[in-house]
Design a protein around this ligand. Structure first.
Ligand code: SF4
Length: 185
């Protein structure tokens, strides 16, 4: 399975929607959604880790790795709902942008909104989570496309015998960092 295939498909679909005039509010540098809980597949964690090890400077890689470990430790102590309300910046967020954009997970590539104001409200009012006050307006067609892609990915992983359960981004990355540190067993 090409790990970037789904990401390319999503990016192409979003680019086509924008070209057709879809009112997607997302722009580079807007990162409210990069403070949310993100579920990723194990192969996506590997892609992020490989990017971290090969595409970042040693200093940046060390800083991101430390943020991954710090975030994972904080998340360990939170329920999923508490994490969703915590506005914890993703460890890959660097100067307001995703430092791993080329290999960002499907969940990140699929996330979108037609209202920056609503995203900002959700960010500044985390206690409104689950209420209409911080619901995010999306484009149904893109939402459904992303959901189908996620299900297809999961089914393909399962039928190929690969790990197919999603996990929290920082916790999966921490496992890879710790495996690497432990060396060949
Ligand atoms: S991986 Fe990148 S796009 Fe996804 S939450 Fe982290 S910084 Fe944002």
């Amino acid at each position: 399975m090409d790990p970037n295939q789904q990401l390319r498909a999503l990016d192409a679909r979003f680019a086509a929607a924008r070209a057709e005039g879809a009112p997607i509010a997302c722009v580079a540098g807007c990162n409210f959604c990069c403070h949310q809980r993100v579920g990723i597949f194990p192969f996506e964690a590997l892609a992020l880790y490989r990017h971290l090890r090969t595409q970042q400077s040693p200093a940046q890689a060390a800083a991101i790795s430390q943020r991954i470990l710090d975030n994972a430790r904080r998340i360990d102590a939170l329920t999923a709902d508490e994490h969703r309300r915590a506005n914890l910046a993703c460890a890959f967020l660097q100067d307001g942008r995703c430092s791993a954009y080329a290999v960002r997970p499907q969940a990140c590539a699929a996330y979108h909104s037609t209202s920056r104001e609503r995203c900002e409200h959700a960010f500044t009012h985390p206690d409104d989570m689950g209420t209409p006050a911080n619901s995010r307006p999306v484009l149904l067609e893109l939402q459904m496309y992303a959901a189908t892609l996620r299900e297809t990915t999961q089914a393909a992983l399962e039928s190929a015998g690969f790990p197919a359960s999603q996990g929290e981004l920082h916790q999966l990355l921490r496992a890879l960092i710790e495996d690497d540190a432990a060396g060949p067993g």
